[in-house]
Design a protein. Structure first.
Length: 467
């Protein structure tokens, strides 16, 4: 939309429907207070980079506010205060430091010992003038505003190949688009020539929506959003949808490669909503994952040092509503021939530390040992064995010597697809809570019929004979 407003004609090529990706599964916080980001970024990149990150995210909030009012988007945009809160003495020191640092960087930050939560806290960083949105309605509204006057939104058009040049060409399953410039904003980059799968790691989190009915959830609570410093990390937001008010506790984050019981994770969030917030019953639950940059800063710019007209946005570090908007503003400036004061800090081709130094793989998992672009080794087959899965279960089974992902629908009907991820060849595992086949290496996810849900894989898992 920013490019269209700047006088460009654009084509959005979307594999599925607008709003079905990660952004459609967010909590909906539109904020520049990203837990303790400023302490972390000032420590690793210096105060100037932290200041730029904060300015870019603050500008993103205001850009979203202007877009919502300018385009008349009905997406529940409202202003809230956002808090990072501490329940322990150690966390209290950290929120005091974050509040002081963020204020010194020019951000709307203050320390308070009075966060409007229904349980006692020791103190919090408070950012005023923050916001929240219903992200699916926002995206659908944006798409409606983009389409027309020579610009297009093509849904259900998965891109299958990409060629840099003049023009650059994106080929989809339904035709191709020629453009002066291409921006790859597919969460984990499609057509990755910048080895972003070695510079980002997928991190998964869970959300539940409980009825916001308890007497402890007063107006001050409802007009605020929160995130904890202490572990287990909890993110909290209240949202009104079609006349019903829900409180959304989120958390239970883990690297996508970490195995764990998703049902237990949802159970802990529901218990938090009930016991600590006094909320009503859980109405919905969902999870999603985002690309985490190894050095804490998103990647925005050319896809690789050699690229000429192919740009990338990735590594939005679980704060993509503002980081993604800041990225869009950077690339709008770049493509319109203007200088962006933020581009150097978000530079997609900067040197970054090795993944293992920053985000070591959790024990018990085997990250791919192959170079990106090369066929990967098959990982040990989890749950291999002759037994078929019970109804509602998925299991990886050797069939004719091939690892095969077999899912038994609740009615008993079986689906069998290859268990070898079409990205770089790791073996997928069954995600029982979300009923999907998930790849532990770079986070690709597939439906039980093999259809890609989330990249970097672009090809479906092919069907296999039933065991
Ligand atoms: C649980 C959770 C809660 C979060 N809450 C917040 C929050 O409150 N506030 C916040 O700022 N951030 C939040 N985040 C982070 C935020 O959701 C992400 O940073 C952001 O949504 C990532 O956006 P994206 O554009 O990279 O990916 P997506 O939203 O997934 O967009 C990528 C799109 O590309 C499409 N695509 C993929 N491959 C292809 C292809 N080959 N051809 C064509 N199209 C393709 C996909 O279908 C998708 O629609 C949260 C993250 C998680 C995990
Ligand atoms: S091998 Fe990379 S996502 Fe599966």
């Amino acid at each position: 939309m920013a490019l269209k407003r700047a006088g460009q004609t654009v084509a959005v090529v979307e594999a599925a429907r607008v709003g079905t990706g990660v952004t459609g599964h967010t909590t909906g916080k539109v904020t520049s207070l990203h837990r303790l980001a400023y302490t972390e970024l000032a420590g690793s990149h210096g105060d100037d980079a932290a200041r730029t990150y904060g300015r870019a995210n603050q500008a993103a909030i205001e850009h979203i506010a202007r877009t919502v009012s300018g385009e008349g988007l009905d997406c529940g945009f409202r202003r809230v205060a956002n808090y990072t809160y501490a329940e322990t003495d150690d966390a209290l020191v950290r929120v005091r430091d974050e509040a002081a640092l963020a204020a010194s960087l020019g951000l709307p930050s203050a320390f308070t010992s009075d966060a409007p939560l229904p349980f006692p806290v020791k103190g919090a960083v408070r950012f005023d003038g923050q916001a929240q949105i219903h992200s699916v309605r926002y995206l659908q509204g944006l798409a409606g505003a983009v389409h027309g006057d020579g610009s297009f939104v093509f849904e259900e058009s998965p891109a299958v190949s990409l060629r840099d040049g003049s023009p650059a060409v994106v080929t989809t399953e339904r035709g191709s688009v020629r453009a002066r410039d291409v921006i790859v904003a597919t969460n984990v980059p499609f057509g990755d020539r910048g080895a972003f799968d070695a510079r980002c790691y997928p991190h998964r989190s869970y959300l539940t929506a409980s009825l916001a009915t308890g007497p402890r959830l007063d107006d001050a609570f409802r007009n605020s959003s929160f995130i904890s410093v202490d572990e287990p990390m909890r993110s909290i937001l209240t949202v009104d949808v079609d006349g019903t008010s829900y409180v959304l506790p989120g958390g239970e984050g883990h690297r996508a490669s970490d195995v764990g019981d998703a049902a237990e994770r949802y159970g802990r969030l529901a218990a938090f909503a009930r016991d600590r917030l006094g909320a009503g019953e859980t109405a919905f639950r969902w999870s999603t994952q985002d690309a985490m940059p190894v050095d804490g800063l998103p990647y925005v710019g050319l896809m690789s040092p050699e690229a000429r007209h192919v740009h990338v946005i990735t590594g939005l570090r679980k704060w993509g509503l503002t980081n993604g908007t800041a990225a869009a503003l950077i690339l709008t400036d770049t493509l319109c021939g203007r200088h962006s004061a933020w581009a150097a800090v978000f530079d997609s081709n900067r040197a970054v530390p090795a993944m293992d130094a920053v985000a070591p793989a959790p024990t018990g998992t085997a990250p791919p040992s192959h170079a990106p672009g090369q066929p990967g080794p098959s990982q040990p087959v989890p749950g291999a064995g002759p037994a078929r899965p019970a109804p509602g279960e998925g299991k990886v089974i050797e069939v004719d010597g091939e690892p095969t992902a077999v899912y038994a629908r609740p009615g008993g009907q079986m689906e069998a697809v290859s268990a070898i991820c079409t990205h770089l060849g790791c073996t997928v595992g069954f995600n029982a809570a979300d009923v999907s086949w998930d790849c532990p290496c770079h986070g690709s996810r597939f439906a039980t019929d093999g259809t890609v849900i989330q990249g970097p894989a672009t090809k479906n898992l092919p069907p296999r004979p039933l065991p």
